[in-house]
Design a protein around this ligand. Structure first.
Ligand SMILES: Cc1ncc(COP(=O)(O)O)c(C=O)c1O
Length: 361
């Protein structure tokens, strides 16, 4: 047998499942499986890409100074406490790589984002799954699960795929109660959908054990470009920068993300359209006997009576060209996660679920 073996933990990784994008034989397909912005990015992004495209023979800067300055300006943060990555996934990876390893524990929650256990395994650490309460992160249960081996606690706030959110007071209590060697990662991939929410930036500034991550993939409509960032105390940023490749982001990513970020009017429009259509869809589904929790994100978690009904609803939606996300792998076999699309897509989903529930199919 070959003596060439992967590092501990690697073979424990269950490959990340991305949202489906095609339905065989169907036309007029709507993809509502990856929490993408149905309106796409700000029109200003196209201009930025044209400008960036002129200089493709040049290496990008290594310090992302322009993008970090823009993030700092827009959010009122310190540029030197920001790190940028290839999606927020890469920033999460820097964190795992820098602060956990064999013998350490990484906490995530029952319905938490599936990258967290993957990242723990990838660095040889032990992922520890903690129960939630009513599909919401439970601070007391996390604190009870902490040991002297805990190095990282990952929570998304608001959370994916549940769409629920912890009040800032609970996040503070969590950070306060963690063992001295543990870091709290507040993953703010959906933070922009919550009006007035800082994603935990204030907590980062007032504590030394909190990191916030953010992305351009969701409200900014740039999932295909892959840009994210993190905000942390300077000592932590200094550590993360040591594992970051110098040219991890290219000129197109840097300029396009900055253009998207500075178009605040477009962001506001996307946020309010999302909120309007989300309320509409939740109500429409309730009218068909399908319950959802209050969602703080750009998706809803529609709960069916049982696994069989959820699977049948998923199959019917697919037959109608509507691709949503099954979340069995997240411990939610009776639910489907549905991204808030544009108005015609929301109407199509509501109509199809109505037909399905009335047994007209
Ligand atoms: C909670 C959460 N965190 C992080 C990510 C990663 O986003 P990206 O790597 O595109 O920035 C996602 C994407 O779906 C997510 O839902």
């Amino acid at each position: 047998m070959s003596q060439i073996t992967p590092q501990p933990g690697i073979m424990e990784i269950a490959l990340y499942q991305s949202g489906a994008a095609h339905v065989d034989g169907a036309t007029d397909v709507v993809k509502l499986s990856s929490n993408e912005n149905p309106f796409g990015p700000s029109p200003k992004v196209a201009d930025a890409l044209r400008i960036a495209g002129v200089d493709l023979h040049r290496y990008p800067g290594t310090d992302h100074a322009g993008l970090r300055r823009a993030i700092a300006d827009v959010h009122g943060l310190e540029a030197e406490n920001i790190i940028c990555g290839v999606g927020s996934d890469e920033v999460l990876q820097f964190i795992a790589q820098s602060f956990a390893g064999p013998g350490d524990e990484v906490i995530y929650t029952e319905h938490g984002f599936s990258m967290y256990p993957i990242l723990a395994h990838a660095v040889g650490a032990t992922p520890v799954k903690v129960e939630e309460t009513d599909r919401t992160v439970d601070v007391d249960k996390i604190l009870a699960a902490c040991t002297d081996k805990t190095r990282i606690v990952f929570i998304a706030n608001p959370a994916n795929p549940t769409g629920t959110m912890l009040p800032m007071e609970d996040c503070k209590r969590l950070a306060e109660g963690l063992p001295d060697k543990a870091l709290l990662v507040l993953d703010g991939a959906y933070a922009e959908f919550v009006d007035g929410y800082d994603g935990g930036a204030g907590m980062v500034e007032s504590r030394d054990n909190v990191i916030m991550t953010r992305t351009f993939s969701k409200i900014y409509g740039l999932g295909g470009l892959r840009v994210g960032w993190g905000y942390a105390p300077k000592e932590i940023i200094d550590v993360l920068n040591r594992v970051r490749q110098p040219f991890n982001l290219n000129n197109l990513q840097l300029l396009a993300a900055e253009a998207a970020l500075r178009d605040r009017a477009y962001l506001d429009k996307c946020r309010s359209e999302n909120a309007r259509l989300r309320s509409w869809l939740i109500e429409a589904l309730a009218g068909h006997g399908v319950e959802c929790d209050v969602s703080y994100t750009n998706f809803i978690l529609a709960r069916f009576n049982d696994t069989q009904e959820a699977n049948a609803a998923d199959a019917y939606l697919k037959s109608q060209g509507l691709i949503v996300r099954k979340v069995t792998g997240y411990g939610l076999p009776n639910a489907l996660r549905i991204t808030i699309g544009d108005e015609p897509s929301c109407r199509r989903v509501a109509h199809a679920i109505g037909q399905f529930k009335e047994g007209a199919v």
